[in-house]
Structure formats: structure tokens, C-alpha cells
Design a protein around this ligand. Structure first.
Ligand code: NAD
Length: 484
């Protein structure tokens, strides 16, 4: 494992803007911090209006020729990017851990997962389906084809800086769209490193551009009002998603929205308790709990509640917290002190409303954005259950009947993912069908897979990423009717 990126892998430590295939300085720079000790890792270029305009102009100029490229060419560029990213996974994981704070095993897992989007969409690029039919009346032929939607704006969050970028870049390249990627201000280095990988994989100039605007809101608003922009693919909070949907409505821009989650983890009384604890540790603690898929509300049926909570709390207490890149660390820092303090406030509020802390629940001494693995026993109306905690905190609620479990699981505005544990598949399936979420995991703690459609219902989003659906977020369907 490399110890420091600057010296060994300088090309993965990009700090300039990536516009029209070139690395350029911005108007000024902004520091990127290591949240485990708040030291500055690098100063990254910020884009002024002229740089945003240059990115738009470059992506627009490249659009027609890129759309006309043979699918096989796009496929092979993605395949090459997959190979480079996989070969450099250790270095990239170190960078992810450094700017995001997450534990190195989580960072490595993310990079491998992220690279898989390039591989999956390399395979999808050459398989865009079409259709040729007789109309039912026989009067014409119905041709259905798909065309790249065009210049796309990709906006990503800080919690999976690699995977959220490749989950958009992969299908955009496969479909033949040009793009501007705007990463989160906390974690731009990973996105810039991925741009470097894509450049080495042979992406033509102007196809992929990465910028970090000086003033995010106004810059993104201006792009959404620019006629050259055709598509928005956003991953982030529901709150920001809502703002962007309003902005995009002025020009009726196509939108794909991967928004917040508040996942229920339902353990029925016939579950294998040890397996359910293992699954919950994954669903809750992967990425330090900073995942839209993180189990956020744990519902356990009464007959097994005491034993389950005891075993789960023991596993949480044993979780090792520290600087993400250090040996044996399982729980790294949150991305910033601001994010960490949000977690602490939610716990304090929960305790003030009657929550009983079983383990964790106090801020550690010393620098860094750390918060410990925490379990709180709460009543079903505790306020923490209405929030996406985005940290290593598990509120546990006891319930009685399956119907009550379903009602509790459905009691939020979110609907991204849910988890059900039961040894009775029929019972688990009935519950999976009744729970309002875009994805349901049965007897598993993680189901994210580039080959599966990822996305939510209710206020968790619009559209799907990955699977066969993902490429369609970057394609328009065209129907051609032919007289016969
Ligand atoms: P966020 O909404 O604060 O930021 C997301 C992105 O939007 C960042 O790049 C940010 O700079 C940008 N942004 C913020 N304000 C903006 C504005 N006014 N105009 C344009 N862009 C703006 O989210 P975050 O804190 O970075 O990430 C955490 C959130 O992301 C959580 O709610 C999590 O559930 C969600 N998330 C969802 C998925 C999913 O697939 N559904 C995946 C990962 C994260």
C-alpha cells in the first residue's frame, strides 16, 4: 500500500479544473481537508463564470461527434478506464479515505464498486435495445430507437466520491453524452483523479469536464438555464434535489434524482439473530453510516428484541474508530466537523426525547470529525426516526405485529431501500412487497450492484442508476412511424 500519493502517483493528485481535455487553473483555490485531523491535503482550483462557460462550450462542441462515435469505441474506452482504475485501486482508495475520512477497507470497497460501473456500462454501451413492429392495425411500421440526450450535468455528493461519479459517467459515456461533473466541495480530489483515469483511457477532449464552481448555487442555476444543457443527473440530499427540480423546470430539463434515504431495517421474530446482526453491521456501518442506503431505523419484533439488541450493541461497541488510513480501523471520521456535529445534535435530541443510549453517544476528545458507533433504544415516535442520520448511529424500536412493522417502515417521506430479516421467505416477501421503497434487501446487509437498478420512490428520488435502466437516464426514446 502506498503511503502517500503525491510522490508515488502524482497523476492521481490533480488539483486543477479539467476542461476540454486540459488541466487549467481556476480563479482561486479552496482547501480540501483531511477530516481525521483537519489538516489541509491540497488546494483545489475553483471555477469562475468564465470556466463554467468554457466547460459548457467544450462539452457542447464535442457533443455531435461524440454522439456519432461507434458504440464499440465508447465501450472500449470504458473498459480501459475500468482496467486502469482497478490497477490503481489502492492509491485511489487512499485518496478517498484521505479526503472523505472513511476507513480504508470502505474506501477500497468503494473504488472497486466504482470501477465496476465502468465495466458494466462498457458492456451496456453495445447493447442499446431498439424495436421494430407492425402497428396493430397494420397501417405502418413502428420503429423505436434511442438517441443520446446530449450535454449532461452530473452533480455528486461527498459520501461516495468515486462511485457516485462513475455511476453517472459510465452510462453517460456509454450512451454518447458529453458531460460536466460537479463534485462535492469536500471531496473534489477523487473526481479529478477519475478524470485523469478517463483521460488516460482515451476519452476525447470536451467529453468529460470537471469543475468546482466558486459559487455553487448561482453557477448551477445558470447552467440549468443554458439551452446547451439537456440533462441533469443529481445525487445528494432531498433538500437540494428539490431546489434543482424547481430550477430545471424552467427549461423542462430531464432530471434523474438520487436523493436521501431513511432506511428501515426490520427484524422479524423468526430471523436468524446472528445473521441479522451481521447484516445490520454492514447495512449500518458500511461507510461509517454515511450512506443513503444506511439502515437508519432498526425495528425488531418483541420476542427477540432483547437478545438482538444485546448482540448488536456488543458488535457496535467492538467497532474500532480512528484515522481511516490506519491499520485495523473500521470506523473513520465523518467528512467534516459540521457533519459530525449534525449527528451529535440528532443523538442529543433523541436522548432528550426519551432515547436510552446503550453504547456510544458521546463526542470523543481530540481533533478530527469523529463520532462513535452508537445504539439508542427509542420509542416509535422518537424524533431521530424522522431524520437521515448519516452517521454510525442506530436507533432501535421494538414492535409487535407484522402489520405494525410495515406501518412503521412506511412512516417517513423517504423510500430508497429497506431491509427485512426472516427465515420464512413468504413472510419476508409479503413484507418486501408492502414496504414503500425502490429497493428491498431480504436477509442481506448490502444489495448495491452495478447490474441492478438503484433508486428510490417517494422523496428519495426519480429514475434509476445502474442495471439495464441506468443508460436510459442518458437516452431519449424516439419513435419513427413508417408508412407501408
Ligand atoms: P448535498 O445535497 O448537500 O450536496 C450534493 C451535491 O449538491 C454537492 O455536490 C453539493 O455541492 C451540491 N449542491 C449543494 N447545494 C447546491 C445548489 N444550491 N445547487 C446546486 N448544487 C448544490 O448532499 P451531500 O451532503 O453531499 O450528500 C449527502 C446526501 O446525499 C444524503 O442525503 C444522501 O442520502 C444523499 N445520497 C443519495 C444517494 C442515492 O443514490 N440516493 C447516494 C449518495 C448520497
Amino acid at each position: 500500500m502506498a503511503t502517500f500519493l503525491h510522490s508515488e502517483y502524482p497523476h492521481l493528485m490533480r488539483t486543477q479544473l479539467f476542461i476540454n481535455g486540459e488541466w487549467v487553473d481556476g480563479s482561486k483555490t479552496t482547501p480540501v481537508y483531511d477530516p481525521s485531523d483537519l489538516s489541509v491535503i491540497a488546494d483545489v482550483a475553483l471555477a469562475a463564470d468564465i470556466h463554467c462557460e468554457a466547460a459548457l462550450a467544450a462539452a457542447d462542441a464535442a457533443s455531435a461527434s461524440w454522439a456519432a462515435t461507434a458504440p464499440r469505441v465508447r465501450s472500449e474506452i470504458l473498459r480501459k478506464a475500468f482496467e486502469i482504475m482497478t490497477a490503481e485501486a489502492d492509491y485511489l482508495a487512499e485518496l478517498v479515505s484521505k479526503e472523505n475520512g472513511k476507513a480504508l477497507p470502505d474506501a477500497k470497497g468503494e473504488v472497486i464498486y466504482a470501477a465496476e460501473f465502468f465495466r458494466w456500462f462498457a458492456e451496456e454501451a453495445v447493447r442499446t435495445p431498439g424495436d421494430f413492429r407492425k402497428s396493430p392495425s397494420g397501417d405502418k411500421r413502428i420503429l423505436v430507437t434511442h438517441q443520446p440526450i446530449g450535454l449532461s450535468l452530473l452533480i455528486t455528493p461527498w459520501n461516495f466520491p468515486a462511485a457516485m461519479a462513475t455511476r453517472k459517467i459510465g452510462p453517460a459515456i456509454a450512451a454518447g453524452c458529453t458531460m460536466i461533473l460537479k463534485p462535492a466541495g469536500e471531496t473534489p480530489l477523487t473526481a479529478l483523479a477519475i478524470a485523469d483515469i478517463l483521460q488516460r483511457a482515451g476519452v476525447p477532449k470536451g467529453v468529460v469536464n470537471v469543475i468546482l464552481p466558486e459559487k455553487t448555487g448561482p453557477a448551477i442555476s445558470a447552467m440549468l438555464h443554458d439551452p446547451r444543457l439537456k440533462n441533469l443527473s443529481f445525487t445528494g440530499s432531498t433538500e437540494v434535489g428539490r431546489i434543482l427540480l424547481r430550477e430545471a423546470s424552467d427549461r423542462v430539463i430531464r432530471c434523474s434524482m438520487e436523493l436521501g434515504g431513511n432506511a428501515p431495517f426490520v427484524v422479524l421474530d423468526d430471523a436468524n439473530i446472528d445473521e441479522a446482526v451481521k447484516g445490520l453491521m454492514l447495512a449500518k456501518m458500511r461507510n461509517g453510516g454515511a450512506a443513503c442506503t444506511a439502515a437508519n431505523r432498526v425495528y425488531v419484533q418483541r420476542p427477540i428484541a432483547a437478545e438482538f439488541t444485546k448482540k448488536f450493541s456488543a458488535a457496535m461497541t467492538a467497532f474500532v474508530m480512528g484515522r481511516g488510513r490506519d491499520e485495523g480501523i473500521q470506523l473513520g471520521a465523518s467528512v467534516s466537523v459540521k457533519e459530525r456535529n449534525k449527528i451529535a445534535e440528532l443523538v442529543d435530541q433523541s436522548v432528550a426525547s426519551g432515547g436510552k443510549v446503550i453504547t456510544g453517544g458521546t463526542l470523543p476528545e481530540g481533533p478530527g470529525a469523529f463520532y462513535p458507533a452508537t445504539v439508542i433504544e427509542v420509542a416509535a415516535d422518537n424524533p431521530i426516526l424522522n431524520h437521515e442520520v448519516f452517521g454510525p448511529v442506530a436507533p432501535v424500536v421494538t414492535f409487535d405485529t407484522d402489520e405494525e412493522g410495515i406501518t412503521l417502515a412506511n412512516s417517513t417521506d423517504y423510500g430508497l431501500i429497506s431491509y427485512v430479516y426472516s427465515e420464512d421467505l413468504k413472510r419476508a416477501l409479503r413484507m418486501a412487497e408492502a414496504i414503500e421503497s425502490g429497493m428491498v434487501a431480504i436477509n442481506r446487509g448490502v444489495i448495491s450492484d452495478p447490474a441492478a437498478p438503484f433508486g428510490g420512490v417517494k422523496q428519495s428520488g426519480l429514475g434509476r442508476e445502474g442495471g439495464f435502466d441506468g443508460i436510459h437516464e442518458f437516452l431519449e426514446t424516439k419513435y419513427i412511424g413508417v408508412e407501408i
